[in-house]
Design a protein around this ligand. Structure first.
Ligand SMILES: [Zn+2]
Length: 395
């Protein structure tokens, strides 16, 4: 059964819904921030209540006259966020203000292909449905770990997603969940999560660098994702840092990702362990037969010099690329996120030192470089922000 999600009728209603997404408030407070006469504002708010998109919420404290009525988004509003990673899947259901009501996460191999992975996402959401977290969904957002044609809602030649090229992800999820759906790449939705509820809340122009299995960069300009002409903006993992470097999954050599993605770090960790450079990693390798980026982090936390060296090398290369991006883009904030970012402060210190040394003072004078504090929730919240931006826009 296909339902029609009710959308705002004009740009004023859309703007009011987006304001209310940041929290309910009084009519007087809304009047302070929108460019509408008081009577026009009340007409639009009353109409939103009639449409079932918003609802009254008692009276505000007096500001020295008649008490103003509070308004909030309809408490029945529910968004779904799906964050498909290379090795995991996260789903969440939020209310209209994008507060997470339920979140499920499990390991999942993207190489199983779209039918199996998307089925899993729908199953997990079904569990949240049975738990009573929603009856109907107002919209769903989904992020996938590869380039996406945003207009068509399909992945395009994604290097680490065999079988997903041009698969109708938006259509599949939209039909299964009976609601408007949008697809973007995982880095962009993480950036939207940071914009909505993370460290970037008050920052209009920032970069989010995700260092996980791959490396990508979300570019936010004036509060909006910049995707480029075909959707590949921010694909910084394949910027070449050394002509003679290792071969990358994309077929070129010397890409940033070939040095410091999760896979590259694991490979280098094995080399260091075998060459006697790290007793800790050698012991882990003997026990587990393999090493991961997490092992490198754990070794570094124990003060293991070999592991710290690996993180510093990787951080230096990320810093080199980032210094160029900072000179080019002049962001107000850089957030480092993703699995490898869990390597923490050794990584952050190295990236900071290279960027601050190599970029011009005017670009870095007021530039915090920080680790994400949202962790696994950035992607799912960002996915709901993506679809709510769409649903809360005038047709
Ligand atoms: Zn590459």
């Amino acid at each position: 059964m296909k339902r029609t999600t009710i959308r705002p009728e004009n740009v004023h209603q859309a703007a009011l819904l987006r304001l209310l997404r940041d929290g309910g408030r009084s009519r007087a407070e809304l009047g302070d921030v929108v460019d509408l006469s008081r009577s026009k504002l009340n007409v639009e708010l009353d109409r939103l209540v009639e449409l079932g998109l918003a609802e009254p919420d008692g009276l505000a404290a007096s500001r020295g006259g008649r008490r103003s009525g509070r308004v909030r988004l309809s408490q029945a509003t529910r968004f779904a966020g799906i964050d498909v990673g290379a090795t995991s899947i996260d789903v969440a259901v939020t209310d209209g203000e994008l507060k997470v009501l339920g979140h499920l996460s499990e390991p999942c191999d993207i190489r199983q292909g779209p039918a199996a992975v998307l089925d899993r996402a729908i199953d997990l959401l079904g569990k949240l449905h049975r738990d009573g977290l929603y009856d109907e969904l107002t919209g769903a957002g989904i992020g996938v770990p590869g380039p996406v044609s945003f207009a068509e809602g399909v992945p395009v030649v994604p290097p680490i997603m065999p079988g997903w090229d041009r698969y109708p992800v938006r259509e599949t999820i939209g039909q299964a969940l009976c609601c408007p759906t949008m697809v973007d790449n995982d880095v962009n939705i993480m950036a939207l999560g940071e914009l909505h509820t993370g460290l970037a809340r008050s920052v209009g122009d920032f970069l989010l660098v995700k260092i996980g299995t791959g490396i990508g960069c979300g570019i936010v300009v004036d509060g909006k994702i910049y995707r480029g002409v075909s959707g590949s903006a921010g694909d910084i993992g394949h910027i070449r840092v050394d002509d003679l470097g290792p071969v990358c999954s994309c077929g070129n050599s010397g890409c940033l990702e070939a040095y410091f993605g999760g896979a590259a770090l694991a490979r280098e960790a094995v080399e260091v362990a075998r060459s006697g450079g790290s007793p800790y990693l050698a012991e882990r390798l003997a026990v587990a037969g393999t090493l991961t980026a997490e092992d490198v982090g754990a070794a570094a936390a124990q003060g293991d010099a070999g592991a710290i060296g690996l993180i510093r090398d990787g951080g230096r290369r990320v810093g080199q690329v980032l210094a160029s991006l900072v000179s080019f883009f002049n962001p107000g904030l850089v957030i480092i996120a993703g699995g490898v970012a869990k390597l923490g402060h050794v990584l952050l210190a190295e990236i900071r030192s290279v960027v601050y040394r190599r970029s011009l003072p005017l670009a870095t004078g007021n530039l915090p470089i920080v680790l994400s504090e949202l962790g696994e929730t950035a992607g799912v919240i960002g996915a709901t922000r993506l679809i709510s931006d769409h649903v809360y826009s005038a047709n």
